[in-house]
Design a binder for this molecule. Structure first.
Ligand code: F6R
Length: 259
């Protein structure tokens, strides 16, 4: 796991966008794993700018990490709409190639199986963007999630509903159920880039980067990922024991290595 401590959201967005741009230049039909929430917004902003300057997404495809269950179609907080609004409508990716779990499916288990099959048919995710919840969740794999889990329905912990209430009119409007890629699904991505900013993430970052690998902290499974990059600002890094070592390592990294 590589930990990079940067001065704020802007440099984090640029560095993650550099990795995505490099991937697209090497593999124009790359498969991107897309997170929602606040953490990836600087990356989407940066990529929209790079698209305006010529970066081509026409052969790329995208898979959202998760989706609320039961929000009516067209609801602004349905993650399929958030992804469009914040990212894919701002670039030239083919809308037919942007996929989300179906949170209004009549047969949820079948929809989850179909989502796994669609990711596999696309050749797997090349680069997965992630945020982390204050309780250490990735996707909506709340504490206790199986490390082997695949896409499935999950219940949200009350803290996550409270954290996400800022996007809704009231806490009561935040759904209790979601469909999320499993931890096993996320671990299959060839490269994962997790972004965490702000002091409210410091404990979760400390727990998953330097704590034991345990289901109580789902993001800790990334310690087993062969290519996991963690981009954090100073506030989110503030509880890390080895912060100076991560800074020293990144500052002295050979330039050919990239992320
Ligand atoms: C969103 C997702 C969640 C968020 C996490 C952090 O698709 O899967 O795991 O990444 O809840 O949310 P923010 O970035 O809003 O702090």
């Amino acid at each position: 796991m590589e930990v990079v401590i940067l001065g704020g959201s802007r440099p984090i967005g640029k560095l993650a966008a550099d990795a995505i741009e490099k991937l697209l230049l090497r593999k124009p039909d790359a498969v991107l794993g897309l997170a929602t929430g606040s953490s990836p917004l600087p990356v989407y902003e940066e990529l929209a700018g790079r698209h305006a300057a010529g970066l081509d997404f026409s052969r790329a495809s995208g898979f959202a990490l998760d989706e609320y269950v039961g929000l009516p179609d067209g609801h602004p907080e349905q993650y399929r709409n958030v992804i469009r609004r914040e990212f894919t409508d701002r670039i030239n990716i083919d809308p037919a190639n942007v996929h989300s779990p179906d949170g209004s499916a009549a047969d949820i288990p079948a929809a989850c199986d179909a989502y796994e099959a669609a990711i596999a048919a696309a050749g797997g995710v090349d680069l997965q963007l992630l945020g982390v919840g204050t309780d250490g969740h990735i996707g909506f794999n709340e504490p206790g999630s199986s490390f082997a889990s695949r896409t499935r329905i999950k219940s949200l912990i009350e803290q996550t509903r409270k954290d996400n209430a800022r996007f809704f009119t009231s806490l009561a409007d935040v759904p209790h159920h979601v469909i999320t890629q499993g931890l096993g699904t996320i671990m299959d991505a060839r490269h994962v880039i997790l972004i965490a900013t702000g002091a409210q993430k410091a404990q979760a970052v400390r727990d998953f980067v330097e704590g034991p690998v345990a289901a109580i902290c789902p993001a800790s499974v990334l310690q087993f990922h062969p290519h996991a990059t963690v981009l954090v600002d100073e506030a989110a890094a503030s509880a890390l024991k080895l912060a100076d070592f991560y800074r020293h390592t990144y500052d002295n990294k050979p330039s050919w290595q990239g992320l």
